[in-house]
Design a protein around this ligand. Structure first.
Ligand SMILES: Nc1nc2c(ncn2[C@@H]2O[C@H](COP(=O)(O)OP(=O)(O)O)[C@@H](O)[C@H]2O)c(=O)[nH]1
Ligand SMILES: [Mg+2]
Ligand SMILES: [Zn+2]
Length: 292
């Protein structure tokens, strides 16, 4: 029996990568009867028939499972924004970070279009996220800079892209592997929506055992449904140390007295923008829980 990675399912066939080869697999009858779901990203065992045919015998337990796109075992999210054109929407960035962390996926924050800003601007944009402990990388897909560093950060993982349109996601993927030839620019954006409703997810190999889903995720406008207001601060790693010194262990860092998080924001130790957006999300959660 061979082990492999399910790259995509299409028309009842499952494409499994194993030792650099793609096997076209069907399912054992008992799987078909149970109507078990098989997702891109699943680790499977299969029997090799006449090359390149095979039969999937077993699926390993998943570490996680995303709904949009439907991918299993996602380890990293390449959260992509642009330094300019369009200006970074930090509220959206922080919302995506919460969604990503909620799914137990590790974010890599990638700021593209480095060619459009000077060094001081780029550093100021990235600093709050670096201080929070997130992996960040500045790239220019246009000038082909920073791409090798980005590749290293994704090594050996199943990756999902996130970020608004126009920031250069397709351009970055094309730089990572020019074999993709993904459509970039306004034309592709127009057709993207219609295409994604009918298309199945496919994992694209980036080399070094790295795979990236061809459909972006984490675009929802709302915070995860199960997220409680008491849990929100846990998604701000930079608050953790100060929170130990708040007077109340249940401190929401909101209107409480003797809140060390608020003190650190006032003193400029913690980033004001990140804190303000925390408050925005906290109010959203309070409103949702109906406890004003
Ligand atoms: N100046 C500059 N423009 C870029 C860069 N990367 C992408 N673009 C342009 O930004 C636009 C959107 O890029 P695209 O890859 O389609 O973005 P996507 O919607 O996120 O996939 C295109 O016109 C690209 O040519 C970059 O590094 N610098
Ligand atoms: Mg695109
Ligand atoms: Zn506090």
């Amino acid at each position: 029996m061979a082990k492999g990675l399910l790259i995509k399912g299409y028309n009842g066939f499952y494409y499994v990568e194993s030792a650099g080869e793609i096997w076209t697999c069907s399912l054992r009858g008992r799987f078909r009867i149970k109507n078990q779901d098989f997702l891109a990203g699943d680790h499977v065992e299969f029997t090799k028939l006449e090359h390149p045919k095979g039969v999937i015998e077993k699926v390993y337990d998943r570490t996680n499972q995303l709904v949009r796109p439907a991918v299993a075992n996602v380890e990293k999210a390449l959260v992509t924004f642009a330094f300019a054109n369009p200006q970074p929407d930090f509220l959206l960035l922080d919302r995506i970070l919460i969604q990503v962390l909620f799914q137990r996926v590790t974010p890599v924050i990638c700021f593209n279009k480095r060619d459009l800003v000077d060094e001081a601007t780029a550093a100021a944009v990235m600093k709050p996220y670096q201080d929070a402990g997130f992996e960040t990388v500045a790239v220019s897909a246009g000038e082909n800079r920073g791409i090798e560093t980005l590749k290293e950060k994704l090594d050996g993982r199943i990756v999902v892209l996130a970020g608004p349109s126009g920031v250069g996601k397709s351009s970055i993927l094309n730089r990572i592997d020019s074999g993709f030839c993904l459509a970039t620019g306004a034309l592709s954006r127009k057709t993207e929506r219609g295409r994604h409703t009918t298309r199945r997810v496919e994992l694209l190999p980036l080399g070094n055992s790295t795979y990236i889903a061809d459909t972006p995720g984490f675009s929802a406008l709302y915070l995860p449904e199960e997220l409680k207001k008491e849990e929100l601060a846990a998604y701000y790693p930079e608050f953790a140390e100060a929170a130990l010194y708040c007077r109340f262990t249940s401190c929401l860092h909101d209107r409480e007295q003797d809140c060390e998080v608020k003190n650190d924001v006032a003193e400029g130790i913690l980033d004001k923008g990140r804190y303000q957006r925390y408050c925005t999300f906290l109010n959203e959660l309070k409103e949702r829980e109906g406890k004003y």
